[in-house]
Design a protein around this ligand. Structure first.
Ligand SMILES: [Zn+2]
Ligand SMILES: [Zn+2]
Length: 351
């Protein structure tokens, strides 16, 4: 319920942002004091006139043109950074590797909580986050999700299984969208997660709290609408309904536009490359800045063959026209390996 009201608040704030500011009531006065007028019927007296009507004839915007224009690119950059960081370092648990950022937290916890820097066997005592559910392990390179019982009986037992990428199939069964959609709760959490960056950045640009929320809340709603239109159907799952999260239907008519084709292929490459590139989904930018963007022409050569109809799937992917198609294994030729987890085979070795 709380998340629903959050969405209502988003709509209300968005509407307020672009609604006319309250017009100043014109001060009405009769041109002449009634007592000085000759006696005649009221209708015949001179009409009441507004003393200063002209300057307020045009509605004023809550945000003003300058702020409205600057808010869009600024919010886009913040959302791109946030989407990237969440996906790469939290969902794919790359935070849990031995890099300077993790070592910073190792030292911090060592000082604050006397946490040992080394494990008994001498390895670094990494600080570990448990990432959210993710759907990589069960994704074929045609983007459909394996439902095959050979896969579903597989324990995620690769030496690199520690990541959520290898979440066993059963752990996704409790979610109708199998971890591919933003529920209202997730949209709310992501909105809160944006606050530590959005509030100070917009404050520096001169935005008040309400003005910032008037930009942020609709922005997060659009982000969820884009994700929920693109992502569950691209993995062959049904469109998202309003009672679950931002619905898929409002943007379905845009599926074949250049933007949706670009982000579809970008995310397809993310899966083909074992979730180790193209971390942005709806807001491409940060991959380009950090050198993790891999173009379609490169990853398309790495697409693995997928089983034909004998490999059972949750559904057929819904895709924009013209996106790359995975080669199909001839009938009867698929091996056990083709039905079981292969999601990280294309990934570079961990550092
Ligand atoms: Zn995906
Ligand atoms: Zn991923």
């Amino acid at each position: 319920m709380r998340s629903r009201s959050g969405v209502l608040l988003a709509f209300a704030t968005a509407a307020a942002a672009f609604a006319p500011a309250q017009l100043q009531q014109p001060r009405l006065s009769s041109a002449t004091a009634p007592a000085l007028l000759p006696a005649r019927p009221l209708a015949a007296t001179r009409p009441l006139v507004a003393t200063r009507p002209a300057r307020h004839a045009q509605p004023a915007m809550f945000l003003g043109v300058r702020k409205a224009l600057i808010s869009v690119p600024v919010l886009y950059v913040l959302m791109s950074l946030n989407e990237y960081a969440t996906h790469r370092w939290y969902q794919h648990e790359e935070f849990n590797r031995n890099h300077a950022f993790n070592r910073f937290f190792q030292r911090l916890l060592s000082v604050l909580k006397n946490r040992p820097m080394r494990l008994p066997d001498g390895r670094a005592n990494l600080v570990k986050l448990k990432g959210g559910g993710h759907h990589h392990a069960e994704t074929y390179d045609d983007m459909s999700l394996k439902k095959d019982k050979r896969w579903r009986q597989t324990k995620a037992n690769s030496p690199r299984d520690s990541g959520v990428c290898w979440a066993a199939a059963a752990s996704l069964d409790s979610d109708i969208a199998r971890g591919t959609a933003f529920s209202w709760a997730v949209t709310g959490m992501m909105t809160v997660q944006m606050l530590p960056s959005a509030l100070p950045v917009f404050a520096l640009l001169g935005f008040g709290l309400l003005e910032t929320l008037a930009v942020l809340l609709p922005g997060m709603l659009v982000h969820a609408l884009v994700w929920n239109m693109l992502h569950p159907p691209m993995h062959g799952l049904p469109p998202v309904k309003l009672k679950y999260g931002a619905p898929s239907w409002p943007l379905e008519g845009l599926r074949d536009t250049a933007y949706f084709k670009y982000i579809y292929e970008n995310h397809q490459g993310h899966h083909v490359l074992g979730g180790q590139a193209n971390y942005n989904v709806c807001c491409p930018l940060t991959d380009h800045l950090l050198g993790t963007y891999v173009p379609t022409a490169t990853w398309v050569k790495r697409m693995r063959k997928v089983p034909g109809p004998e490999g059972e799937r949750w559904g057929i992917p819904v895709e924009p026209k013209g996106v790359p198609q995975a080669p199909i294994i001839a009938a009867g030729k698929a091996t056990e390996r083709d039905f079981t987890p292969t999601a990280l085979l294309n990934a570079p070795e961990p550092a």
